[in-house]
Design a protein around this ligand. Structure first.
Ligand SMILES: Cc1cc2nc3c(=O)[nH]c(=O)nc-3n(C[C@H](O)[C@H](O)[C@H](O)COP(=O)(O)O)c2cc1C
Length: 163
């Protein structure tokens, strides 16, 4: 497998998840934080993973733009899609559906909801205020679902390697 993980992160949780994913995947995996570097030429990769985090119900607009502009290439890749978020269950599933357009969701081999973190130190004072009020969060918390990351890696590798 020759994999690109393209991601955006506000406070680093999605980056941690992407690094863990890269560690678990077979073959060569390169990481691209699209806030910091331009997207690579996708022709170099047979497998592409796109991940972002949910803030106020939405994934990063830049990731949605990327998906929209590259849909034609992405549907010819082994594709994985994931989000980091603090909602769980049906709410998290709805956030995932809202984050990625239907043709890509349908095409994806692996879809992941990896949990998330509230890192009060990294938030702006506005974000801290909102999170304290809405989620009643008083201290930093981590609920990253490492098992979901492992399942995602296994699923992607089993299908991609069989091709
Ligand atoms: C201001 C703010 C708004 C958030 N809004 C949501 C939300 O609407 N739904 C959700 O599931 N999680 C929400 N979260 C939790 C983030 O998804 C979580 O902190 C995630 O780990 C962030 O990942 P990142 O550090 O890669 O950006 C919010 C977090 C912050 C700080």
């Amino acid at each position: 497998m020759n994999t690109a993980i393209l991601y955006m992160t506000q406070h680093g949780c999605t980056e941690k998840a992407a690094i863990e994913l890269a560690r678990l995947l077979p073959g060569k995996t390169e990481l691209f934080n699209l806030y910091k570097v331009p997207a690579p030429d996708l022709n170099q990769f047979d497998t592409v993973i796109i991940g972002g985090s949910i803030h106020f119900g939405r994934i990063q607009a830049g990731l949605q733009k990327f998906c929209n502009e590259h849909r034609g290439e992405l549907i010819y890749k082994n594709l994985g899609l994931f989000i980091c978020c603090m909602e769980t269950g049906k709410n998290a599933e709805a956030e995932f559906e809202n984050a990625f357009e239907e043709p890509l969701r349908r095409h994806a081999i692996a879809k992941g909801i990896f949990g998330g973190e509230f890192n009060l130190k990294k938030m702006t004072s506005f974000e801290r205020m909102v999170i304290r009020h809405i989620a009643s969060v008083r201290e930093s918390t981590s609920r990253v679902d490492t098992e979901a990351i492992q399942r995602f890696a296994k699923q992607l590798a089993s299908v991609a390697q069989a091709q």
